[in-house]
Every structure is written in C-alpha cells, then in structure tokens.
Unconditional design. Structure first.
Length: 224
C-alpha cells in the first residue's frame, strides 16, 4: 500500500458510506456532516447547548437535501453552495487543520498555514459534496452529550433500514459559539486519521508535497 496516499480504505469506506447516508461532512463530515449561526426555535446564542448546535446544523443540511427544487441538475452548484455555507458555519476548519498538523503547525509561515487551511477545507468540502445524491430520507438519532469546560462531544447515530452508523461530533466553544473540530465515524476520528496520513507524507517527502497532493484533489488548482 502506498503510505503517501491520502485516504485509507478503512476511513474512506466509513466516510463515503456515511456521506451517502446523510447526503453530505464530516454526509459523514464528514456527514462525514452535518455539519449554525442561527438558533433552533429562537434559542439565543448564549443558551445554545452543544447538542442544539449540532442539531441545528443537521436540520438545516437535511432541509437542503430534501428540497426538490435543488435536486435538479441545473441547481447542483446552488445546492452545494448552500451546504458549504451551512457546514462551514459550524465547522472550525482552521482548528481542524491545526489538529492534523500538531507538530508542524507552528513551524509554518502564515502563508503556508493559510494555504493549508484553504486546501484542507476544500478537500473536505469535495468529499461530502460528491456524495449528496445518496441521501434518501435517513434519520439522525441523538445520544449522550458530554461537556467539560469549553469542550464537548455529542453522540449521534445515522439510521437507515439497512445500517446504523455511530457519528460523534467533538466541539470547542469559541467566542460563545460551539464549533466542530473533529468527527468520529464508527469509532474512527477523522482528524486523527488525516494526522497520520499527513505526517507520513511530510516525513517521506515535504510539506509542499502534502500541499500538492491536496491541491490535486481540490478545485483550487496550482498556485499562480
């Protein structure tokens, strides 16, 4: 197996399956993702619990996925833009990016950090956007919420007649708002998975090589 390849079979299987079930991520984001700024039922921002924050985002994503008008081919880009706006409002992509490069992050220049965050965000967006057509009315069940200070984890389960996929959201409270920094799909941490993959690429090649691999998997192309 090529250790420099981004995306192991195990995590891709979990991620893709969950993305298809939810229709979008982190579907898995991911949904893997379902993954906002507005409140549920008029709840004020200061009162929003981690579970309410996750539920608000999931409800909004499912509303977009269930909108028949947005399912027509000519509305594909509009649909994707709506999903990215909703998920991006809850997911802290910069925090996610930092957690995939825990030892390298502080050694990077501001420009390198910016490039990596943008590429990683687009990489994740492409992952869930490519699977939105798989949604067919599956439901999300909410489990326990664990909170310690400014950190929390919300347990959910994606349920369909044929499969039940545990999907847990890890959140960090920033500026009074709960933001997702990791998604655990069937026991597999998405950020931990990418951390290992990215470290292998950097160790065997370089950080620039990692950027090129991510760039090749996004729509951002090569830098000018």
């Amino acid at each position: 197996m090529n250790s420099d390849r981004i995306g192991t079979k195990k995590i891709e299987s979990h991620f893709s399956r969950t993305l298809k079930v939810l229709g979008g991520q982190w579907g898995g984001m991911i949904c893997s993702l379902v993954f906002l700024i507005h409140m549920v039922g008029g709840i004020g921002q200061a009162e929003m619990t981690p579970t309410n924050a996750v539920k608000d985002t999931i409800d909004r994503v499912l509303a977009v996925l269930g909108d028949k008008i947005l399912k027509v081919p000519e509305k594909q880009e509009e649909r994707r833009a709506k999903l990215e706006e909703i998920i991006g409002g809850r997911f802290d992509y910069e925090e996610m990016a930092k957690r995939t490069l825990p030892t390298q992050w502080k050694t990077l220049s501001a420009d390198q950090q910016k490039d990596f965050v943008e590429l990683f965000q687009q990489f994740l967006a492409n992952s869930y956007a490519g699977n939105v057509d798989g949604y067919s009315g599956e439901q999300v069940e909410y489990g326990k919420e664990r909170q310690k200070g400014d950190f929390a984890e919300v347990q959910t389960k994606v349920v369909s007649p044929k499969v039940q996929i545990p999907l847990d959201y890890r959140l960090l409270k920033k500026n009074g708002e709960w933001r997702v920094y990791d998604v655990v799909i069937d026991g597999v941490s998405l950020m931990k998975n990418y951390r290992g993959q990215f470290a292998r690429i950097i160790d065997s090649a370089s950080f620039d090589a990692l950027l090129e691999k991510l760039r090749a998997k996004t729509d951002l192309g090569s830098p000018s």
